[in-house]
Design a protein around this ligand. Structure first.
Ligand code: FMN
Length: 197
């Protein structure tokens, strides 16, 4: 496992276990995810905060047991993300650009959808699943293949499943999966009072 790095500064209040456990592996088992767990993933997304409670997220998903639907989503992935085709569940994450109310533009549709997907991700981790988000897919093809209206932003894909066996991955992917996880120090992004170069 390549989880929360142990070299972080010791904290009086350690981050929540769920946050510490979340990571993005590439080894997935194709074991089926229970339907109840899939429902809970979407329930978790549902309770995310959003601007004017607009809830702009839209998720197209496919389970491995439904080959036609699954292959359709899998066909969007770039070659570098082929490892995701082992995962039982694939998601295409989209967001409505406009509020339902008077169809006014929603400046925060992407922001809100990111929050919903992090909810979903953490819910997955709480149910012993792993996930991995992806920008490497053909979004133009997604619009055509899945009849997605222009009014919607196609944002990302995600693989979710039970953890797989890392030694089943190619050597290259094993190296990527085992690479040390890097993060910027807090002072690079949290500025007290005003912007800091
Ligand atoms: C919007 C987004 C797009 C990403 N795209 C890819 C991708 O196409 N392929 C990939 O292997 N990982 C992708 N990732 C995973 C990131 O590389 C990963 O989250 C980051 O390196 C931090 O690692 P961690 O999730 O294990 O903490 C993406 C993550 C996000 C949030």
């Amino acid at each position: 496992m390549n989880q929360y790095p142990d070299k972080v500064t010791p904290l009086s209040y350690p981050i929540n276990d769920l946050l510490a456990k979340r990571w993005s592996p590439m080894a997935f088992s194709d074991k089926a995810i229970e339907k109840e767990k899939i429902s809970s993933l979407f329930e978790a997304a549902k309770w995310a905060p959003s601007s004017f409670n607009g809830q702009p997220w839209k998720i197209i998903y496919a389970e491995k047991e439904n080959k036609e639907e699954y292959d359709r989503l899998a066909s969007l992935l770039v070659e570098g993300n082929d490892w995701a085709k082992d995962a039982y569940l694939l998601l295409l994450i989209c967001a409505s650009k406009n509020f339902e109310y008077k169809n006014k533009p929603n400046k925060h549709h992407q922001y809100d959808t990111g929050a919903a997907i992090e909810n979903l991700f953490l819910q997955a981790v709480s149910m012993d699943l792993v996930g991995h988000e992806m920008a490497g897919f053909d979004s133009e093809k997604a619009y055509k293949l899945l009849n997605i209206p222009e009014e919607v932003s196609v944002l990302a894909m995600m693989a979710i499943g039970y953890p797989g066996t890392p030694s089943d991955l190619s050597r290259d992917l094993q190296e990527r999966q085992n690479a040390e996880r890097e993060r910027k120090p807090i002072e690079k992004f949290a500025f007290k009072g005003k912007w800091k170069q």
